[in-house]
Design a protein around this ligand. Structure first.
Ligand code: MV4
Length: 451
């Protein structure tokens, strides 16, 4: 096992990883920017290294400084968390070149899943269902027209190097196609350094369901069931749950098999997430694979009891997965609310400042993952998510009731939080019936609506 791990992140996920290391008796190194000198993750680590000024590009994305910090402190591995350098194949490669284990899949696998068009081809060839669409990137407008005509409108054009909602356009008719393709492609070239685009049929009322997988170096792969992540606003997820109200036992088995096949196809090692869109008829389609730990992983941990971050560290150190598929049970229901320092009434505008009061009650089936305490500063340099509240219940109504009680009892002061907005989601009649798709927020959360 590793002796010392550097955590190349901040906030709640840095705290979560630090705790996993402590449990495995691994010494920890935190990194921090000049804005984070007093942060919780710095306080709870065994040691901490300042890696740069406040802007993310100069600190948490500064791979040379981070790797230097690992070398100087004698860390034998780096956990990247999510965001930041977690899906940068160059960073993973640089770690390995310095003799430091990157806690995640290999650089080649990160790169191959980072190219969404290539990922789509790989999965299609492996027999994983993909959305009907172009086999390759579209070369010119003529070809795009032909493909779109065959698929039938509406279609969606996507940037090969996009992902997570960037570089997408819905096209309703052939007249829109040319200009949209030109625009989106040059946007993608600017943003991702690559203008390649591909086309899919647009799925209108889909759920966003993702399957958690774990794989070790021996090639054992298990799935930990799905999370329904449909409730999002502008690709910012607000609430996730497992099991998905739209997934039956037999569909779960098929989704799990498809996700395992996806992971096996690329010789995956570590934790990964296979994203699918689910239509109203029980059909599912691969869209992307994420090669990192995800924000919403605690939902799955609550449901299965598997410590996903702990397993990431163990398999990266060459150990075998702690369990086989037959030992994994899905118990009850879990829901996560992502609490942001933001104003739900004003388009989720960030609300930075001092958190004068921060108190979320604990209790049976309640987990709070946070990187803040009373007196913490929420900096406008970074993501405004300050905590995740995860509630477990014997069934979905019980999990909802527990979440409502927990959020109602929370005490916060000094900044705005999305807790009132989350309470509105929990009270929404469509949500309570489990009738959600990726348009839930726009269509069901208007001020005059409650279903
Ligand atoms: C789609 C789609 C409908 N049809 N692809 C958005 C993020 C990226 N992972 C893929 N996305 C979508 N791809 C087809 N063929 C709708 C979305 C989409 C979406 C997906 C998941 C969660 C939220 C979303 C919000 C808008 C659009």
């Amino acid at each position: 096992m590793f002796e010392r791990v550097l955590i190349a992140n901040r906030g709640e996920i840095a705290c979560r990883i630090l705790q996993a290391c402590r449990e495995l008796k691994i010494k920890t190194v935190a990194i921090y920017s000049e804005a984070d000198a007093n942060s919780l993750h710095v306080q709870i680590a065994d040691q901490a290294v300042c890696i740069g000024p406040p802007p993310n590009a100069d600190s948490y994305l500064n791979s040379a400084n981070i790797i230097s910090a690992a070398v100087i402190t004698g860390a034998d591995a780096i956990h990247p968390g999510y965001g930041n350098l977690s899906e940068d194949p160059n960073f993973a490669e640089a770690c390995e070149a310095c003799g430091i284990v990157f806690i995640g899949p290999g650089a080649e696998v990160i790169a191959s899943m980072g190219d969404k068009a290539q990922a789509r081809r790989t999965m299609r060839d492996a027999g994983v269902p993909v959305v009907p669409g172009s086999a390759d990137g579209v070369r010119d407008l003529g070809e795009a027209r032909e493909i779109a005509e065959d698929l039938g409108y509406p279609v969606m054009i996507k940037a090969a190097r996009g992902g997570g909602g960037r570089g997408l356009r819905v096209i309703h008719n052939p007249e829109q196609l040319g200009a949209a393709l030109d625009q989106a492609s040059s946007e993608a070239r600017n943003a991702f350094g690559n203008g390649e685009m591909y086309i899919e049929r647009y799925l209108e009322n889909a759920r966003h369901v993702e399957v958690q997988v774990l794989a070790d170096r021996d090639g054992s792969v298990v799935h930990l069931g799905e999370r329904d992540c449909s409730i999002q606003y502008r690709h910012q997820k607000l609430l996730e749950e497992s099991p998905s109200p739209g997934v039956s036992r037999s569909l779960r088995r098929k989704l799990g098999e498809a996700a395992i096949r996806a992971a096996e196809t690329v010789d995956y090692c570590n934790a990964g997430t296979v994203e699918f869109l689910l239509d109203g008829k029980g059909r599912f389609y691969f869209i992307e694979m994420n090669t990192r730990i995800q924000v919403e992983h605690p939902v799955t941990e609550m449901l299965t009891g598997v410590d996903i971050v702990g397993e990431q560290i163990r398999v990266a150190a060459g150990e075998k997965l702690i369990c086989e598929q037959g030992q994994i049970w899905f118990n009850g229901h879990a829901i996560e609310c992502r609490i942001l320092a933001a104003d739900g009434d004003r388009d989720f505008a960030p609300s930075p400042g001092c958190i004068e009061e921060w108190e979320v009650p604990s209790g049976p089936g309640v987990r709070v993952d946070t990187g803040v305490t009373s007196g913490s500063e929420v900096s406008s340099y970074y993501d405004p998510m300050i905590a995740k509240v995860i509630c477990w219940g014997q069934d979905r109504p019980a999990a909802i009731a527990r979440m409502e009680a927990t959020l109602q009892s929370a005490k916060t002061a000094g900044i705005r939080t999305t807790i009132p907005y989350h309470l509105r989601i929990l009270g929404n009649a469509y949500f309570r019936r489990g009738e959600v798709d990726i348009h839930f927020i726009e269509r069901r959360m208007g001020l005059d609506e409650g279903g």
